[in-house]
Design a protein around this ligand. Sequence first.
Ligand SMILES: Nc1ncnc2c1ncn2[C@@H]1O[C@H](COP(=O)(O)OP(=O)(O)O)[C@@H](O)[C@H]1O
Ligand SMILES: [Mg+2]
Length: 425
Amino acid sequence: MEPGVEAGKDSQRQCQDYRGGALGGDLCEDLCEAGQLRYRRCLYYERGKKVLQADWRGRPVVLKSKEEAFSSFPPLGLLDGQPEAGGQDLPEAELLALAAGEARSALGLEPAEGGLGRLGLARRGPRRRGQLASLWALLRQEEFVLLSLLRGRSPHAPPVLGSCGPFYAVEHLAAGSPGHRALFPLGPDGGRRGQARAVSGVALSFLDMVRHFDHDFAHRLHLCDVKPENFAIRSDFTVVAIDVDMAFFEPKMREILEQNCTRDEDCNFFDCFSKCDLRVHRCGAQRANSNLQRGPLSPRVLFPPLRGSCRCTWRSSPSPHQLGSVVCDKIFRHWFSSPLGSSAVSGPLRGQLRAAVQECAAPGTQGAPRVLGRLRSLLQAVLRELRDGEEPRPGVRSRLHGDPHRGTPGAARKAPAVFGNHPFE
Ligand SMILES: Nc1ncnc2c1ncn2[C@@H]1O[C@H](COP(=O)(O)OP(=O)(O)O)[C@@H](O)[C@H]1O
Ligand SMILES: [Mg+2]
């Protein structure tokens, strides 16, 4: 079936339920009555999880739900026996307590004071029943809860724009993929220099993101599934974590890691590792590696049987290449490890970058802040070198020097060029 036709059927089903009062949300009116939200195509479908591309009031968005069918989510018991247009009299305190419980189990944290205010529990109106039922389906989606919490607090997380039924919308961005030679669609480039500049800009933003997730919240945010497909870039090269199903704040990370074990390998959860305490046969609650650096390779990984859930079972890993490793290993190594070829960047600088990335990606490396600082200054040196190699334009160079990677977005929008080489070769 044509992808557009399939997407059209999705919206018909959704709108039938909306008109019948079974579901709701602030985007339903635009989808079902005003024609302002149009599904375009299915981007991804696996085991019930659906990711759709759509246009909303002229902007490209993505709609996501962990379960395609609304009925797959457990219903809100309080609504039992309520009439179609009911739900008006449900006690707010009870609703709030239930919602707080859902958010707590999704995040492993007590939601901050007033943090549930933005969920619209107090909103009343003829469609309240459908709205509450939908909110319950949304609260069962850890990614929705986390992105709602991060809204306005992180340039590296996509803000939730609205919802209809179990689907929530985020902006559509240029997503990564191992199919891109530079891992991300960098757009029309300005030749090798343009590509090298773009890659350095994206790499610097990855470092900003790692620092931000490590330090800018009350609890460290751990990324346990680092691969290009789970990140996207904005036109100014800001990296955005578009798949946060496997991102956990410290308290939940500790809960996940603390399992029974007989050896260290039993304590690996995708890209997050801890160590087995052989005296008590318990994995340490403290993550042993970081968002930047990987831990020891292991022949086994932990697979969750349910998507986004943390109830886990053991399974053998088919290949060590599929094992978790983190930003330096899974993203940077691809860009900076090749010793071959000519480059837009000078040999010594390339060599230093390669060595720093190898050190960062190596198992068991200590001293993440030092490696991070070194990588940052090398990437800034690359951007300076690329700029210094250009024809000087009066007044431009000194301005860009002050803010090396923010000054480069134009690089990806120059004249299109077929890109024949790796950006750092
Ligand atoms: N905001 C977005 N912009 C563009 N593409 C997206 C966006 N969110 C998801 N995608 C695409 O859909 C794919 C699947 O979404 P993702 O959240 O990673 O699902 P899963 O948790 O099953 O891996 C992504 O790899 C990406 O290609
Ligand atoms: Mg993904």
